[in-house]
Design a protein around this ligand. Structure first.
Ligand SMILES: C[S@@+](CC[C@H](N)C(=O)[O-])C[C@H]1O[C@@H](n2cnc3c(N)ncnc32)[C@H](O)[C@@H]1O
Length: 212
């Protein structure tokens, strides 16, 4: 992704959205899809694990994984607009020294990012035009577990997505995607990952994969 696209991401993934996400997390905890990712990872063991989350937003998943026993976390985010809310949430939970945040396109930054035991991408692949590069880079960094959520690929999700995407294109010149699952899971499989847990909600599909 060229540097010209980052401002568009900051417009969509804005301070206002960050405030809303942080408020919702304080009131209601994780959304159902994120909860199922954290529970599935915790079942497989995150004790003393290092975590990398790509496109982590306000960082709610890291907070929950650290509470479940993970040692430290890194977030790589294209949008800097989440930082203020993310810092407040970490301070409220006494975790400010255990999470670091980096900014940029993970596909471009990946060579400068350390691998981690667990890599998470929750609702991120749909914001990126090239799933093979993004998932491939995430899988390459995952030493043990890789957890992904992405839109279900069926007709009703595609119809709804098309309408929302048309609005975002018009207002923000921002495009999002329902990528075929074979492209997403195929990229992880080529890096040696096998699904160990899959679950579909009304819109989102969760896949937790383990390195073979
Ligand atoms: C729909 S938001 C999801 C945020 C958070 N994971 C959540 O579910 O609340 C997608 C996020 O992914 C980030 N993102 C998309 N592509 C990225 C990339 N290549 N590198 C880093 N961040 C990326 C965007 O900036 C945005 O914050």
């Amino acid at each position: 992704m060229s540097a010209c696209c980052a401002p568009r991401y900051r417009k969509v993934f804005s301070k206002r959205l960050a405030r809303r996400d942080a408020r919702r997390y304080r009131r209601k905890g994780l959304d159902k899809t994120a909860r199922s990712i954290v529970d599935s990872l915790a079942e497989r063991g995150v004790s003393d694990a290092s975590v990398l989350e790509v496109g982590g937003g306000v960082g709610a998943i890291e907070i929950e994984l650290l509470k479940a026993g993970a040692r430290e976390a890194t977030v790589v985010e294209l949008s800097e607009e989440y930082d203020g809310e993310a810092a407040e949430l970490l301070a409220e939970n006494g975790l400010q020294n255990r999470v670091s945040r980096r900014h940029g396109d993970f596909v471009e930054l990946e060579g400068k990012v350390d691998p981690a035991d667990v890599v998470v991408m929750h609702r991120v692949v749909c914001c990126y035009p090239d799933p093979e590069s993004l998932v491939g880079a995430a899988a390459e960094h995952a030493q043990r577990l890789l957890a992904l959520s992405f839109p279900r690929d069926n007709w009703w999700v595609r119809v709804g997505w098309y309408a929302v995407d048309a609005w975002f294109r018009l207002v923000y010149r921002f495009e999002s995607f329902v990528h075929p699952h074979e492209r997403i899971l195929g990229a992880a499989a080529r890096m040696g990952f096998t699904p160990v847990h899959e679950h579909s909600g009304p819109i989102w599909h969760v896949a937790v994969l383990e390195r073979r």
